[in-house]
Ligand binder design. Sequence first.
Ligand SMILES: [Zn+2]
Length: 122
Amino acid sequence: MSNGPYGQIACDCGAVSLLVCGAPLGLGLDAVDEPVTFWPLDAIQIGQGADELDVSPQAGGGDCWACRRCRERLLCAHEEAGVAVLTGQEGDASDHHAPAMTSSWQRSLEALGYRVRSVPGA
Ligand SMILES: [Zn+2]
């Protein structure tokens, strides 16, 4: 059903790991100019540590997924937009132009305070 795991994200202490499959939607910046990578929410799977995963609503919208033990934030999930926002940008992700980002997704993300770049066809 997928192209297989694209990568794995683990928190500092290793209690929680997430698997990301397929390709990122695009790259951008969050409200405080930190680089982020946008992924389809359904591309994210919990690899291990579901019991340690703390999902809490954020003031700006979306749910923050963090580790209960080390408190590292792994991603921000925006259910209504269907997007997971991961902090940081993997080197090879910047070379990967995913075709899936649409202008409506981009508008939803911008409404959430993100700035989108590296959008194919933009
Ligand atoms: Zn941890």
